[in-house]
Design a protein around this ligand. Sequence first.
Ligand SMILES: [Zn+2]
Length: 371
Amino acid sequence: MEKQTAYASSERRRLEVSAQTHGIVCAHHHLYSSLVRGMPAPKQDSKSFLDILNNIWWRVDAALDNEMIYWSAMLGATEALMSGTTCIIDHHESPNCIEGSLTTIAEACKTVGVRVNTCYGVTDRWDDNQHLHSKVSPLSEMTSAAKRGLDECDQYLSAGGTGMVGVHAAFTCSDETLTAAAELAKKHSVGVHIHVAEGVDDIQSGARLESLAQDNWLLIHAVHLDRYLKGRVVHNARSNMNNSVGYAKPTQRSNKILLGTDGIGADMIEEARIAYARLREFDVSAEPTTVWQWLENSLELFPGAKNDVVTFDYDFADSPWHAAFTTNMTAIDVEVAGEKVLVDRQPTRVDLAEIRAKANEQALRLYERLT
Ligand SMILES: [Zn+2]
């Protein structure tokens, strides 16, 4: 009965049934995927992970222009804040709009009030004649598209942008490109942010990256990685299930594990719940504290997030055993670097309705290009 009384006044509700956490990090996102929800079904059926890349993602990223990139980032960043996620590690690809794309993303996130670390994901899958190759020979020469991607990372980082050097994945890159990406990352004292052995098509990535990987690299997925590689492994439980690539068994790796969404929003508490359920399916003795530790591990990459404050509408939101099973708790207020950027579930710096309308316009433009 006492709690029912507390709900009578919103002020009392805040005092009595809310809990605060620090800012939450999404350790692997693709902000441009904010526009992809609801896209027309591809003409061809996808029977494998490589089909999904060919039929969906490599058509989408090739169609992106600057306006689409900006409004997808605005929407993705705003939705992140509304989930209590104050930091996003973004991996971006737009082969027909490379130059300036990282600055566009950074500006959008800054406008919303979200911290971002972004990178351009270089690849040799588009050859110099604009032909798409699903797999690239390690012995081939670096393409001009990969060179432009590296230049974009270099320029963005040289100008003081927060980011990494992105690589799509080893199986779409020549050895020359992988080595150049590793060298560029070293030059800027950052890591490489790369998809690793997400599907069986990238089974060679462990052997090819072994001499290059460093402790500051972000290894995304590592589902079929056949050896230890230096770096942090980012687990994306729902994306892996959605693409039917297999379970990554993150608890069996000695790397530090982080949690990402791989572009399916940025609600990290929901992602943690899903990762926990998938972990329990694998190991019934697992505890939610393991998965919530994966969220904590990301703070090393965004130390400022420790001082961000997220107020949830549930009084045990800061307890993994509660949060793992409380499916409807939401962020009420969010403070980033001392500024309230979400109040009463609404962003303070931007107009949510306007962002949804503009993002929808861009989504329709994108779908037109895909048909
Ligand atoms: Zn990804």
